[in-house]
Design a protein around this ligand. Structure first.
Ligand SMILES: NC(=O)C1=CN([C@@H]2O[C@H](COP(=O)(O)OP(=O)(O)OC[C@H]3O[C@@H](n4cnc5c(N)ncnc54)[C@H](O)[C@@H]3O)[C@@H](O)[C@H]2O)C=CC1
Ligand SMILES: NCC(=O)COP(=O)(O)O
Length: 339
C-alpha cells in the first residue's frame, strides 16, 4: 500500500444541485494559491460542466489522479439520472450524492486515497430517499465499522474547535439523550482525536453546561449536577485534562478560547453557532474516531446561490488542507511504517 502522503484525496461533490461542484472546481482552479494537495472529485460530471468551463480529466482509477491533476480536475464519474438544475434538488441527485459518498469512503477504507473530503449533501433530500442516518458522520462511521456513539463531529476553525455531544435531533429530545456515558464517549473520541490528528500530547477539553448559567446550582436545571459533572469526574479520573461544566454563553470569547483546545457542547447549535460566527468562511467538519480521515466544509448545499458563481471555496479548501494534514500526521506517528 502506498504512503498516504503519495495518495490523492477523494472529494465527493455532494448534492449535484448544490454548491459542492462549484467550490470543488474553484479549488482546482486555485490549487496553487490555496496550497492544495492532489485530489480526485467523485460525483456527477454534469454538475461540474453546468457551473464551470474548466478541464475535467475523467479517470477510472484514483492511481491516475496525481498525474491528471496537473492538466485537469480528475473525476471519478457517478452520473445522476434525469435532469439536473443548480438550485433545484431532485431525488436522483440525492441518490447520486449518496453513491458518491459511498464510493469515496470505500476508496479511503481500501487505502486507495489518503483521506475523504465530503461535499455538502442535503439531509432533507437524503431522508426523502430513505437515508436513515442523522448525517454523513454516522453513515461514514457505520461504513467503517465504528459505533456512532464513539465518533465525534468536530467543527474546527483557526481559533476554535467545538464538538456537539448530540448532533442532528430535535431540540426537545436533547435533554433525554444526554447521559454520562455518551458525554464520556464523545469526550474520549475528541481527546484521542486531538492527539492523533493534531499532535496535541495533553489536550485540554472544556465542557459546556446545558442550562442557562450552567444550571445556577440546580435552580435552572439539574443536568449539570446529575449528568455532566459525573462524566467530567470520570474523565478526570482517567487522567484527561477536562474541566467544566461552564456556562456556554461565556465560553467562546477570545480569553476563554485560549484556555482549551476543544469545547464539548451539549447540542448542535451550541457548538456550531460560535464556530460559524467566528469562522464560517474557513470552518471544517472533521469526524474523529474513524480509521480513515474524513473532513467536510462547515457549510451546506446553499441551494439559494447554486449556479450563480457566488460560492466561496475557502471552507472546502480548508477541509482539503486539514484532511491532508491529518493524514500526514497519522502517517508520521503510525507504529506501522506506511500506514
Ligand atoms: N457538509 C455538509 O454536508 C452539510 C450539509 N448541510 C445541509 O445543507 C442544507 C442547507 O443547509 P443551510 O442550513 O441552509 O446552510 P447552508 O450552509 O447551505 O446555507 C446557509 C447560508 O450560507 C450561504 N452559503 C453557504 N455556503 C456558502 C459558500 N460556500 N459561499 C457563499 N455562501 C454560502 C448560503 O447561500 C445561505 O445563505 C441542509 O439540508 C443541511 O442538512 C449543512 C451543513 C453541512
Ligand atoms: N451541521 C453539520 C452538518 O450538517 C454536517 O453533518 P454531517 O452530514 O457531516 O454529519
Amino acid at each position: 500500500m502506498a504512503s498516504p502522503l503519495l495518495l490523492p484525496l477523494a472529494v465527493s461533490l455532494g448534492d449535484p444541485a448544490g454548491v459542492g461542484p462549484e467550490v470543488v472546481a474553484k479549488c482546482w482552479d486555485g490549487r496553487r494559491a490555496l496550497g492544495l494537495p492532489p485530489f480526485v472529485a467523485v460525483g456527477d460530471p454534469r454538475s461540474l460542466t453546468q457551473v464551470w468551463d474548466g478541464d475535467i480529466a475523467v479517470i477510472d482509477d484514483p492511481r491516475h489522479a496525481a498525474d491528471a491533476f496537473a492538466h485537469g480536475l480528475p473525476l471519478l464519474a457517478v452520473p445522476a439520472a434525469g435532469s439536473s438544475v443548480p438550485g433545484c434538488p431532485t431525488m436522483a441527485g440525492a441518490h447520486c450524492s449518496l453513491d458518491s459518498l459511498e464510493l469515496a469512503v470505500g476508496l479511503a477504507r481500501s487505502g486507495s486515497v489518503a483521506a475523504v473530503v465530503t461535499g455538502p449533501v442535503s439531509k432533507q433530500q437524503l431522508y426523502a430517499i430513505g437515508f436513515t442516518h442523522p448525517g454523513q458522520t454516522e453513515f461514514v462511521a457505520e461504513r467503517c465499522g465504528v459505533s456512532p456513539g464513539n465518533v465525534a463531529m468536530m467543527l474546527a476553525g483557526p481559533t476554535l474547535r467545538t464538538v456537539p455531544v448530540t448532533t442532528h435531533l430535535p431540540l426537545r429530545e436533547v435533554a433525554d439523550r444526554l447521559t454520562p456515558g455518551l458525554i464520556e464517549a464523545r469526550a474520549r473520541a475528541t481527546l484521542r482525536g486531538l492527539q492523533r490528528n493534531f499532535g496535541l500530547a495533553e489536550p485540554r477539553l472544556a465542557v459546556a453546561g446545558f442550562n442557562p448559567h450552567a444550571g445556577e446550582g440546580g435552580a435552572l436545571g439539574r443536568e449539570e449536577i446529575e449528568v455532566i459533572q459525573p462524566a467530567i469526574e470520570t474523565l478526570q479520573a482517567e487522567g484527561w485534562q477536562v474541566s467544566g461544566p461552564y456556562p456556554a454563553d461565556t465560553m467562546f470569547h477570545a480569553a476563554a478560547r485560549a484556555r482549551y483546545d476543544a469545547a464539548l457542547c451539549m447540542y448542535h447549535d451550541q457548538a456550531l453557532i460560535p464556530l460559524k460566527a467566528l469562522h464560517f468562511e474557513e470552518g471544517v467538519n472533521l469526524t474523529l474516531g474513524l480509521p480513515i480521515v474524513r473532513t467536510s466544509p462547515d457549510h451546506g448545499t446553499a441551494f439559494d446561490i447554486a449556479g450563480e458563481d457566488r460560492a466561496d471555496p475557502r471552507a472546502m479548501a480548508a477541509a482539503m488542507r486539514m484532511a491532508a494534514d491529518c493524514a500526514a500526521h497519522r502517517a508520521a506517528n503510525s507504529p506501522v511504517p506506511g500506514l
